[in-house]
Design a protein around this ligand. Sequence first.
Ligand SMILES: O=P(O)(O)OC[C@H]1O[C@H](O)[C@H](O)[C@@H](O)[C@@H]1O
Length: 537
Amino acid sequence: MSAPTVTAVNGDWAETIERLVAEKIASRIAAKDATVWGPEAESESAIRLNWVDLHETSRPLLAEIEALLADLRAEGLDRIVLAGMGGSSLAPEVITKTAGVELVVLDSTNPSVIARALAGDLQRTVIVVSSKSGGTVETDSQRRVFVKAFADAGIDAASRVVVVTDPGSPFEKLAADEGYRKTFLADPNVGGRYSALTAFGLVPSGLAGADIAELLDQAAEAAPVLQADSADNPALLLGAVLAGSPGRDKAIITADGTDIVGFPDWAEQLIAESTGKNGTGVLPVAVKGLHAPELHSNAPDITNALLADKATSDVPTALTSGSLGGQMLLWETATAVAGYLLGINPFDQPDVESAKKAARGLLDAQPEPEAAAFTDGAVEVRATEGLLDGVDTVKGALDSLLSKLGEDGYLAVMAYLDSERDENLISIRPALSSRTGRPVTFGWGPRFLHSTGQYHKGGHPQGVFLQITSSESTDVEIPDRPFSFGTLISAQAAGDAGVLADRGRPVLRLHLTDPAAGVEQLISLLDAPDKSEDGGA
Ligand SMILES: O=P(O)(O)OC[C@H]1O[C@H](O)[C@H](O)[C@@H](O)[C@@H]1O
């Protein structure tokens, strides 16, 4: 174990830290003082601060999880599938990847992803259905399709479903009505993206075999350091680098070279949803390796926040170290501190609902899909008004989108594809960044809607958007729903594009009529490097 540390270089945050210490921000957060973020945020903050001592309050869960794990193993049930979006799956993903244990994370509505998860060995499978609200359409749809698949395979479905939810949610009732195997009720006074050390993080990770007691020990070791009103408090320093570096509103994040695997994706949701609102915030840009072009840029609007020991450029940089449980508490505290510095409420996500609402509207109305402006190879092209004037190739369309990128702009690639099958597409991220000299985010849809989706709509209005969708050879029906996964993912993509367009953002929509050929076409068009060489996802 090692308590978290932060070293900051290429900047001077002494004044900011002095102010944070004088205002006793660290100890007030630790004492769950809901007034830290101002009167408007107070009612929300009052029901969102129980993450500060989860290393103590989550202890009783360990024995419960341990007992269930022993029962499942005795029955030969060792394939754990997690259905959950955003805060209900990102923490278990990083915890299990870091621990090197197998967890099938299902946070997609792409029919190819769902079909693959269903094709696994159901005789050994248990599904953990995780949703704080108990109303997330992706999670409920995944639950439905698994329950049917178990029944079709002659398995008692109820015995294979474990639910994690908040008390009083529709899932709590459903689990009781259906007699599901076990329900874990989480602490409702912790928001989704702060829930790593609640039942949401611990149940799936523990059932998959990760050492969750150790994770709590790591957080316990970190807590006193992070709660001190001291200039040496690493959370104050990380918060200051993220939100107190003037003019710098984009943070490039990587965990390359540490034994923590996948940390940037978790941190991305934490920072994007917590800060990206009211036209301000910090755009987290998760990159895979230290070779990522953004990490060698000296652009005046970026900072770096790295789980690494050396800065890679001259921009303000925070270098963090420590074990996973401590890092999680460090970044959570730093994000709350960043919220204070930005003058926003870090515990709401006011713009996430807009895309959900647009998708629901499309699912209800089921309109004819908008005709493509043109087709080039395996790619149908659509775009917001004006973007395709005089353009009839994918290359021309991309040039047109990139020409809208301001000098403080960023590009968001939003791929509603199969993250395993289409993994190579990630190589267009560093290629686009090299080409434009600007930060590029890459999100798999609909997963990113529960993460950077908030920032794209609520943060600084500087983004230009490249949406990529696909025609899939198989679709998967959702039991007792008037739409399939194929219809759902199309509505989610179209709905989000519509919301971004309504907010005046340029959106280029590329639809791959054949995913393999389309991915290949885009990679060669952008001359994207071999993923393994660059490592810069
Ligand atoms: O856990 P759930 O209620 O299903 O929510 C899952 C996710 O969905 C929402 O869109 C929020 O923006 C996320 O913060 C949340 O983590």
